[in-house]
Ligand binder design. Structure first.
Ligand code: NCD
Ligand code: ZN
Ligand code: ZN
Length: 405
C-alpha cells in the first residue's frame, strides 16, 4: 500500500488516500497536488524500425517523467503497423522493452489503414485503440488519398465499432503547393506548403464520411481556425467527432522558424498567432477534447538537415504536463480543464479501463528546461530554455512509485 498524506486535490480539498501496491510506502504530500495520471492518445515511440530515434525503454522513462502512464502509439513504423501480424509482433517487442525498463506503462496501438490491407481491420476489432488514417503524407509511408479507399476504411471501421483517427491534410493540395513553392528552401515555407486550407479540406471530407458511415472520428493535431469551425458545427449536429490539440500548436507558432529553423518542422506545421489563439478559444468552449503530444522524436542530426531532407516532428512527452501547469499558473487554463483534456476525455473517447494511477505535482516549483531533463532519445526539445511553473514530483503506475527527483 502507498499512503499519501494531506495531499491537495484539484477541487480544493485536502485528503489522505492510499493506492494498492506491493510496496509499503508513505508520502507526506502537504506541498503536493494529486492528479489522475495522464493519458497521451498520440505518440510515436518508433518501434519497430526507427529505434535509433526512440524505443520504449527511453520513451517510457520520458512518459513517467511527464506524469503519463497510458499512451496510444501510432502505426507509422517500418514496416507500417497495418496487419494483424505486424500488430502482434509489435506487441511482443514493446512488452519486452517495457519489461527491460522495469516500467509497467499502459499502452494501446492504432492499426494503420492501408488500402491493400483493409481486410485486416476486423481482426483487430478487440485489440486496436483505433484505426489511423493518413489523408496526407507525413513521416512513414502510410497514406490513403483516394476517395473510394477512404470511404471503405471508414465503413469497415464503423462496422467494427473502431474509432478512426485522422491525420487530416489534403494530399493533392500539399503536392500542388510543394510544386508551387519549389523555389524556396527556408524552413518557414513548410507552413505555406501545408496550408490551413489543406487541413480544412481534409477535415471537411473526414466529417462528411463520418456522418455518412456513422464512424466515430478523432481528428488528430487540429491546428487552425478553419478546422475548428468545421468541428464545432459537426459537434452541434450531434456527430461523434472529437478533436485533439498538441502542445506545440498551443505553445508555439510560426514565429519559431526564426529561432529554430528546420528544427521547427512538424506536420501539420506551426501556424499563425491567430490560429494559435483560435485553438485556445476552442479549449475554452470544449471544441477541443484532448491533448495528444504527437511525441515524434527524430535525432538532432536529422532535424538539422536542409529543408526537404529534415524530418517533421517534436518530442514533448516529458514536458507537456508542465507546459499545461504553467498555463494554469498564467491563468490561461483551469485545473479541471487540465484533468479533462489529459485524462477524462481521452479515457472516455478511447473507452479505456479506469485505473488508479496518479501523479503528485509540485505546483509552485519553477524549473528551466535544459538538456539534462530530456529522457527521450531525441536529446533535444523545442522547449529548451523555457522556465515553467509546476512539475510532477511522483508518478504512480500500477502500484509502482516513481520518484522523479
Ligand atoms: C510524425 C512522425 O514523425 O511520426 N511527425 C509529425 O510531424 N507530427 C507523424 C505525424 O504525426 O504526422
Ligand atoms: Zn500526423
Ligand atoms: Zn503524430
Amino acid at each position: 500500500m502507498i499512503e499519501i498524506h494531506k495531499v491537495q486535490t484539484t477541487d480544493g480539498h485536502r485528503i489522505d488516500c492510499s493506492i494498492p501496491s506491493e510496496e509499503k510506502l508513505s508520502i507526506d504530500a502537504e506541498e503536493l497536488m494529486l492528479f489522475p495520471a495522464l493519458i497521451d492518445p498520440h505518440v510515436h515511440f518508433r518501434v519497430p524500425g526507427a529505434e535509433y530515434k526512440e524505443d520504449w525503454t527511453t520513451a517510457a522513462k520520458a512518459a513517467i517523467a511527464g506524469g503519463v502512464t497510458t499512451v496510444l502509439d501510432m502505426p507509422n513504423n517500418t514496416p507500417a503497423c497495418s496487419t494483424a501480424l505486424a500488430f502482434h509482433g509489435k506487441e511482443e517487442m514493446v512488452q519486452k522493452q517495457l519489461n527491460e525498463a522495469g516500467i509497467p506503462l499502459r499502452y494501446g496501438f492504432y492499426l494503420g489503414a492501408d488500402k491493400r490491407h483493409l481486410q485486416e481491420i476486423p481482426k483487430l476489432k478487440k485489440r486496436a485503440a483505433g484505426i489511423k488514417i493518413y489523408m496526407g503524407s507525413s513521416t512513414g509511408d502510410l497514406l490513403i488519398d483516394d476517395a473510394a479507399s477512404l470511404k471503405e476504411a471508414f465503413r469497415i471501421a464503423a462496422a467494427n465499432d473502431l474509432l478512426i483517427a485522422v491525420h487530416a491534410e489534403d494530399e493533392a493540395l500539399l503536392k500542388e503547393r510543394k510544386h508551387q513553392f519549389a523555389n524556396r528552401s527556408d524552413a518557414a515555407v513548410h507552413s505555406e506548403i501545408r496550408s490551413p486550407r489543406a487541413a480544412a479540406i481534409a477535415v471537411e471530407q473526414a466529417i462528411l464520411l463520418a456522418e455518412e458511415t456513422k464512424a466515430r472520428l478523432y481528428i488528430a493535431h487540429v491546428s487552425t481556425k478553419g478546422e475548428l469551425d468545421l468541428i464545432r458545427s459537426a459537434k452541434k449536429k450531434g456527430l461523434s467527432v472529437y478533436a485533439e490539440a498538441t502542445p506545440h500548436h498551443l505553445f508555439l507558432n510560426d514565429s519559431a522558424y526564426a529561432r529554430l529553423g528546420t528544427l521547427a518542422l512538424v506536420n501539420p506545421p506551426l501556424r499563425s498567432k491567430q490560429d494559435q489563439e483560435a485553438l485556445w478559444d476552442a479549449i475554452h468552449d470544449e471544441t477541443i477534447d484532448t491533448i495528444g503530444t504527437d511525441h515524434a522524436p527524430h535525432t538532432l542530426e536529422e532535424k538539422q538537415k536542409p529543408y526537404g531532407s529534415a524530418p517533421s516532428g517534436f518530442p514533448s512527452i516529458e514536458f507537456y504536463f508542465s507546459l499545461l501547469l504553467n498555463a494554469h499558473a498564467e491563468k490561461k487554463l483551469s485545473l479541471e480543464q487540465i484533468v479533462s483534456l489529459t485524462h477524462t476525455r481521452p479515457q472516455e473517447i478511447f473507452r479505456l479501463p479506469i485505473d488508479d494511477d496518479v501523479v503528485l505535482v509540485s505546483l509552485d516549483e519553477k524549473r528551466t528546461i535544459d538538456h539534462s531533463m530530456i529522457r527521450s532519445k531525441a536529446r533535444w526539445s523545442p522547449y529548451l530554455g523555457m522556465t515553467l511553473s509546476g512539475w510532477p514530483r511522483y508518478t504512480i503506475c500500477r502500484g509502482r512509485l516513481f520518484d522523479l527527483q
